[in-house]
Design a protein around this ligand. Structure first.
Ligand SMILES: Nc1ncnc2c1ncn2[C@@H]1O[C@H](COP(=O)(O)OP(=O)(O)O)[C@@H](O)[C@H]1O
Ligand SMILES: O=P(O)(O)OC[C@H]1O[C@](O)(COP(=O)(O)O)[C@@H](O)[C@@H]1O
Length: 467
């Protein structure tokens, strides 16, 4: 193997550059040239295929900094339609024209679906990423628990999961955690702590919305910020019990902090935040307002009287506020855990390709005996009987629905990831960099400028064609 290509697809995470870096450094050692494809699958779907060599003469380009969030390659959600054989053939022939012997996709479950048709024509390996931590399995036979139900639209199906295993053995989880998750939780937990003191001071109810389209792992991890109530997409809200708990807590401590995963559902299984429903070509629902919706429901059920009777606020609307932590969870410098394991998994992906593997995933396993270890699985292990990969969900054994809090096992799950997730250099970086006076007199220098100068194209680009 002399030359391989690498791309980053789907939503970005703070650990992408670390993963690319780990791959390139391992490739340097194995004397493999690495070509970065710009903007995920968009790069190979477009005729001119913008790309750059990440290690000319086997030395890593200076723009590739594992401490920098985002991705120097750019990401997109451009869709590889597996049914469109012509496009898939074209993509494979473009990769061949680039002279590469294999492709590493850094991505999540969606990326793995996009990679599948390519892997039938070309060796492909996935290096995992996603802040949602939903790429993996709680246990090996989990994909067989999915059933599908035909919807009113002919040919369209709804997928439902029958919960098989009431218990969970942490040692058996496949891909325990994905790079990007730890930093997202670091931001979420810190945000919750900050919102807490202002809610406390003003006697208010704060509803903090965290990311996680189908999986509540970020909400789970946000327990480090000590929210009073945690709500996740996997566990439909029982609204009466929730209102009751909010009232109790408000009477006890004169404020309440609720964390809500953006994909949270009501008792009928309908997503609370999908009021403005939009779909991207891969079928991802973009959630716009779970926290706002919950606020409306609490405004109505608690009513102004609840607050005026306690002489705190004139209206429920002013007593209850919402905050979306949004893209702050996805951006910025990765913390030590993500940098370390992101780069390890990037290196592992290179090794898998070099060993001649195809359609497989580099994974991070954990066991109580050995801690974290690198491993790999065939991509098919993640697929259900209809060949679909579903987002890993937070297992019911991680959540105590009665208390709206994590269970004992949920806490145990988090400990190996977070106990030493922050390094001394992370602390030092805040001290030295945040208020670096030089920043006041220099403009932000985007890495995109340096990358643009290194770009090459298979076909001439369009006249104004920046990527
Ligand atoms: N079922 C699918 N078939 C083909 N491509 C897909 C499929 N699902 C997602 N993709 C593509 O994979 C990429 C990443 O998917 P996305 O769901 O956005 O992120 P992630 O990989 O993090 O789950 C996007 O370019 C998307 O269009
Ligand atoms: O900003 P965008 O691209 O609309 O995406 C938002 C979504 O991306 C996520 O960060 C996850 O993205 P991936 O599935 O690509 O990892 C979700 O948590 C969030 O719903």
């Amino acid at each position: 193997m002399k030359r391989i290509a690498i791309l980053t697809a789907g939503g970005d995470t703070p650990a992408l550059n670390a993963t690319i870096y780990g791959a390139v450094e391992r490739a340097n050692a194995l004397k493999i040239e690495v070509v970065g494809i710009i903007r995920g699958f968009y790069g190979v779907l477009s005729t001119h295929v913008p790309h750059l060599v990440l290690n000319p003469l086997l030395s890593t380009i200076p723009e590739l900094d594992p401490c920098l969030g985002g991705t120097i390659l750019g990401a997109s959600r451009a869709y590889v339609d597996p049914a469109d054989k012509e496009s898939v053939d074209l993509v494979a022939s473009r990769l061949q024209r680039l002279g590469v012997d294999g492709l590493i996709c850094i991505g999540g479950d969606g990326t793995l679906n996009g990679m599948q048709p390519l892997s039938e024509r070309f060796p492909c390996v996935l290096a995992p990423k996603t802040i949602d931590n939903d790429l993996g399995l709680n246990y090996l036979d989990e994909p067989n628990e999915w059933t599908r139900v035909e919807t009113e639209t002919p040919g369209k199906f709804r997928y439902e999961k029958k919960q098989g295993h009431p218990d969970l053995n942490l040692d058996e989880m496949i891909n325990y955690v994905t790079p990007g998750y730890a930093t997202a939780v670091y931001v979420a937990a810190g945000g919750i702590e900050r919102i807490r003191t202002t809610a406390e001071g003003h006697r208010r109810i704060a509803i903090v919305e965290v990311m996680g389209r189908d999986s509540g792992f970020i909400a789970l991890g946000s327990a480090y910020g000590q929210p009073d109530i945690v709500l996740m997409p996997e566990f439909p809200i029982e609204f009466e019990r929730l209102t009751q708990r909010v009232r109790e807590l408000y009477d006890l401590q004169k404020h309440v902090v609720i964390v809500i995963g953006e994909g949270v559902r009501d008792a009928d299984g309908q997503p609370l935040g999908a009021k403005k429903k939009t779909f991207d070509p891969a079928g991802n629902v973009l959630f716009s307002g779970a926290a706002e919706h919950l606020k409306d429901m609490l405004d109505e059920s608690m009513g102004n009287e609840f607050f005026t009777a306690r002489q705190r606020h004139e209206t429920a609307a002013s007593a209850i506020f919402t905050r979306k932590l949004g893209h702050t969870q996805r951006g910025g410098r990765p913390i030590s855990f993500d940098r370390f394991y992101g780069s390890q998994l990037g290196g592992k992906a290179i090794e898998l390709l070099a060993e001649g593997r195809n359609n497989c995933v580099a994974t991070l396993q954990w066991s109580s005996e050995h801690g974290f270890q690198l491993d790999s699985i065939e991509a098919n292990i993640l697929r259900d009987k209809w060949q679909l990969i579903h987002a890993r969900q937070v297992h019911p054994a991680f959540y105590d629905a009665k208390r709206f809090q994590l269970s004992k096992l949920g806490k145990q799950y988090l400990l190996p990831i977070f106990t030493d997730a922050i390094g001394m250099d992370d602390i030092e970086n805040i001290r030295a960099e945040l208020f670096n006076s030089g920043k006041l007199s220099t403009r932000y220098q985007s890495v995109n400028i340096g990358i643009q100068k290194r770009l090459r194209y298979l076909e001439p680009r369009a006249p104004l064609g920046g990527q």
